[in-house]
Design a protein around this ligand. Sequence first.
Ligand code: AHM
Ligand code: MG
Length: 338
Amino acid sequence: MLQNLTTITQFIIEEQRKSNAATGNFTGLLNDIVTACKVISNGVDKGELIGVLGSAESENVQGETQKKMDIISNDVMLKSNEWAGHLAAMGSEEMDDIYPIPEGYPRGKYLLVFDPLDGSSNMDVNVSVGTIFSILRAPEGVDKPTAADFLQPGTTQVCAGYALYGPSTMMVLTTGQGVNGFTLDKDIGEFILTHRNMTIPADTGEFAINMSNYRHWEPPVRRYIDECVQGKTGPRGRDFNMRWVASMVAEVHRILTRGGIFMYPIDEKLKSKGQGGKLRLMYEANPMSFIVEQAGGMSSTGRVRILDLQPNDLHQRVPVILGSKNEVERVVGYHSEG
Ligand code: AHM
Ligand code: MG
């Protein structure tokens, strides 16, 4: 057993070799992200022992109160990824503007966008949280990128992944050649390949949505959920189960493990606040959609494929409906019926 361990670094190098895409840059970048996630995992683990629970005194660009661990995780991601020369700039849920690589460090050809601690409202109640990231290429010849250089459709992502800080810490990622999962062995400090080629079954009997928003939903979403809730006696002729962790990473991980559909649709309440959705396109919807599609699932706003959207803002919000293909297709069908 011990002799057959594949570390995340070994896996990535071998995957890159196969596709002739081997550049030490990409592997180096991924290693720095992995290091950051190990540090965040350690902080999440220790919790109140090191005084990192609770809110900070600040708000982020979205007007949300930041948790102490939001700020710490953001700093860890920046510090871990700024120095090595793989990146031209970074963008984060926790920062209004992009983060250029500071003077004095070499600049590289990649852009990194992330949500350093997704689902952070779960920190204080000791429920799973995660880090989501997406790697893009800086446009050719651009040395000092602007925010506009980040606004590339999800189809151009080089790599997307998440770290899940749950009962185990896991890293799940794709470079466009399927989805693989790695579990952190804290004794040796390495992510080890444990979930090869993760796939999402096309059918499911499990949905995830924040039901408290029911009265605000659009008719196609209500119709879909109504039919699920009616169970065996309804038009679907079967019972459905529901889950809502309020942590997208945990939700997507469950779907990658046993199937399901996750929905954070547009609703009247979000519209009245001038928002196009709840979740952010660049560092939540796009990376998760890349992973879900690579695992054989589907991801849509209800009307269009998320990965095809042309972003118009680093912090743009979009509706998200993703998971088991046949169920997502059904919801999209209900939208097109009007
Ligand atoms: P965050 O990035 O501020 O943590 O918000 C994103 C999270 C997702 O992980 C989760 O799916 C959703 O917000 C939960 O929202 P709600 O509290 O409305 O159920
Ligand atoms: Mg988030």
